[in-house]
Design a protein around this ligand. Structure first.
Ligand code: MLT
Length: 408
């Protein structure tokens, strides 16, 4: 008899964004004349930067030519991209990361979801609340939690991110081993200072813990004093893995390219308490389960670091940040407390009412899709998240419609 992984039965019926997409499709089917504006999932709307398109085309031409054709590439990514990443994203900011510590992949979602495979089933996991659901759901699937009761999984240490702590969780009172952090934060848009991040690094060093740092939104940081990488903090190399993505800065959500950084000194421990390097383990996993990102996509990603690419990516980020500023000022003007939107593309809005009811109200009456805060965890109840990823015209129109509904 083939039996299933019973831990899947503990999960909520469907993944948050699939659930929302289903509701939105249902609404559209019943209201075919309504134009819906999507400020829900953080999916970009602007095309790829021209520099990336050019590199993409050139690489495809190479693939069409027998003399330049390439088959399987290195699982970890081509050196040209790994070098560009290490030099520009880390060394240029004083972070000691080398090319061979970069693992190029097809998405930060996959990497943040897959990394937990390296750790034992009884690992004590600390997860922020609210949180990007992937961190939590993948640990549930792996059997690292108990059942879901009163809005939370048993056995998980939740790190509340609430107004009282400026949406930056405090260190846990109990000992934890695997810590998920995401800054600029999804969903709240909050940021962490270098000194706050140093507290986490110190905690991980003192407690033999590991930090999984999701930095997918670093390019939206405007405040130069904020860390873009956890490796800007002394001592982080030994206790942190970092995830980055080309999805949000360069519009690669449909093209797929991201990377994970595992410094060679980053360690975990075996059951005898001896340290083991994670670089070796992740490399083993990566080579076994992944065959690399396609050559043209990696050439397109490399172009992000060219002078034209940099300028075009900055234009994209500025474009979405203008939307974010508008959302924040208009929602604030309506009397709602807002966080985020200044160093992140997400605005976390205290709707002071049930999140899903607020979601339904905006969808039914304004034709605007948001993400209900409760979908990100218990502490998200009462909030909604608006994303700045859409055209400026659509964002302006969405806000006009929202104002009409909420001012009634
Ligand atoms: C989000 O809306 O939270 C993100 O776009 C989801 C993702 O990147 O997978």
């Amino acid at each position: 008899m083939i039996t299933i992984n019973e831990h899947y039965a503990k999960l909520q019926a469907s993944y948050l964004f699939s659930d929302i997409a289903k509701r939105v499709d249902g609404f559209q089917t019943n209201n075919p004349d309504k134009t819906i504006i999507k400020l829900g999932i953080g999916d970009v709307t602007k095309p790829l930067p021209q520099a990336c398109i050019k590199a993409f085309h050139l690489a495809i031409d190479e693939m069409a030519d027998e003399g330049h054709f390439r088959g399987y590439g290195p699982e970890q990514g081509y050196d040209f991209l790994r070098e560009a990443i290490a030099t520009n994203d880390f060394q240029a900011r004083g972070a000691d990361i080398s090319a061979d510590e970069i693992f190029v992949s097809d998405g930060a979602k996959c990497d943040t979801g897959n990394i937990q495979e390296l750790f034992s089933r009884d690992t004590i996991v600390a997860i922020p609340d609210p949180v990007y659901p992937v961190y939590l759901d993948t640990n549930v699937m792996a059997g690292r939690t108990g059942t879901f009761e009163s809005g939370r999984y048993q056995g998980v240490v939740y790190l509340d991110s609430v107004k009282e702590n400026n949406f930056v969780p405090s260190l846990p009172m109990e000992k934890v081993e695997l810590i998920y952090l995401c800054f600029p934060n999804n969903p709240t848009g909050s940021t962490i200072s270098k000194s706050e991040l140093k507290n986490w690094v110190d905690y991980a060093r003192e407690n033999k813990a590991l930090i999984l740092f999701d930095s997918a939104y670093e390019s939206f940081i405007q405040d130069e004093s904020l860390p873009k990488s956890i490796y800007e903090i002394d001592g982080a190399r030994d206790v942190a893995v970092e995830f980055r993505s080309f999805s949000k800065n360069a519009g690669f959500t449909g093209t797929r390219c991201a990377y994970t950084v595992i410094p060679r000194t980053c360690r975990a421990y075996n059951s005898s308490g001896e340290s083991e390097y994670l670089h070796r383990l992740w490399n083993r996993r990566h080579c076994t389960k992944f065959n690399g990102v396609s050559y043209p996509v990696q050439r397109a990603a490399q172009a992000v670091y060219s002078p034209e690419g940099r300028a075009q990516v900055k234009d994209l980020v500025d474009y979405y940040m203008r939307n974010a500023a508008l959302i924040r000022s208009e929602m604030g003007g309506l009397g709602y407390d807002c966080v985020g939107g200044d160093n992140s593309p997400y605005i976390w809005i205290n709707g002071q009412s049930d999140s899903w009811e607020f979601f339904d109200l905006l969808l039914d009456k304004a034709g605007v899709v948001c993400t209900p805060g409760a979908g990100f965890g218990k502490c998200g109840e009462g909030y909604i998240r608006l994303s700045a990823f859409n055209s400026f015209e659509n964002v302006r129109l969405a806000l006009q419609r929202i104002k009409e509904v909420l001012n009634r």
